[in-house]
Design a protein around this ligand. Sequence first.
Ligand code: AHR
Length: 495
Amino acid sequence: AQVEVELFEDQINHTINKNIYGHFAEHLGRCIYDGFYVGEDNTTIPHKNGVRLDVIEALRDLEIPVLRWPGGCFADTYHWKDGVGPKNKRPTIVNQWWGGVVEDNSFGTHDFLNMCEVLGAEPYLAANVGSGTVKELADWVQYVNHDGISPMAKWRKENGRDKPWNVKYWGVGNEMWGCGGNMTPEYYANLYKQYATFMVDWSNSAGLYRIASGASDNDYHWTEIMMRDIPKHLIEAIALHSYAVIDWNDKGSATAFNESQYFTTMERALNMETLVTKHSAIMDKYDPEKEIALFVDEWGGWYNVEEGTNPGFLYQQNTMRDAMIAGTTLNIFNNHADRVKMANLAQTINVLQAVLLTKEEKLVLTPTYHVMNMYKVHQDAKLIPVSLNNNTSYEMGGKSLPAVSVSASLNDKGEVHISLVNIHVTKSVKVDLLLTDLKAKSITGQILSSDHLQDHNTFDNPSKISQVSFSSFKKRKEKLEVSIPQASVIVLKIK
Ligand code: AHR
């Protein structure tokens, strides 16, 4: 039977939080140093206060809503006070998780928060619980958010910033079950309460989001304990981490296509549906009003690449198969807009599933960049619930994956956007979209596709892959027949 997608335009209840399209930048490889930040004295790469102008332009075009920093595992080693004040007086830090690199702390709190202002993105600061102190975090909140006369506000002003930045999003540690301190959930929940108690909402306006470090993948027990032990007045969100990794011991290749590894990668990416559903169900039990949000603040494809991890730790070539991961995962987040209020792709530039890659003065927009660019129309739009029937299967080795994924939204201009992904390597799929009232509507589309899943943009051919207009659809009275080519991402606009 024909694949059918039904759109329930009369059952709109939730808004797709724009922060689902968020990003993450860690002191790791060439993400910050020699990535965003090339140094204030750089004379070969155009920059403003050390931050690359081409990167700023690309991220502004993407309308990135939120950016998480400084880690990751790095966060629980980072002492923010070492990264403010005159740059030539700042102590160094050894990046113990990522190659033992010695960093000069020249990119610190002011640099990050000012950069977020230029990008028009909300900053999300991840604080040090593993090797920090309650006072250190309380001081950080006061330093960036206090508007009156206080020790930290005074210091901020001396360092050149008069007005507070009013940072809303605060991570209370990162991966506390692992690099954050190898804690049990019970121990961390206690510690969390202590830290959260001393985080004061100085701004008295937008409110603070205190974000508990959450589970890895399917550690449902972790979520259960966070929800059980942390009282509601101390927590606004829990962060889940899940990567589409083939196997931690299986070395993959980002550029040579291996279908079995692709299949496993997509299996992992699609598993996000199960993870979000199950973690949300636990949260529902303790919080049926859905006041505590689920943030998936690290997600993306992670290939244990054989080729070229150095220089640039965790540098991996982003290809069309990353576009498949991005398209399906973002559809999952959209469809869970009731509980998932933020997600952060790991990581923005030169690390893991990056949207940007740089080499000296050159910059490349990756296929993942183009997916996020096509999907940005969903930001802050109303979710239209969908049901997908008779899906085509993508099969391998006795296993089967749903080939097509979909999500849809309605914006305040009355436009409907439908994003569709077909992960099948060889089969194009015909889909009937069932909508009401199509007669007088105009329909346009964009598609991202390529002949091979290993195809990617290179520094010498940066425009090989980018979205083009799409018109393989036929309008009937109350349905739209769409033909989705293999391995492609499509966004349709109906108005
Ligand atoms: O994104 C890379 C690392 O992955 C982060 O530092 C850590 O939080 C996760 O394990």
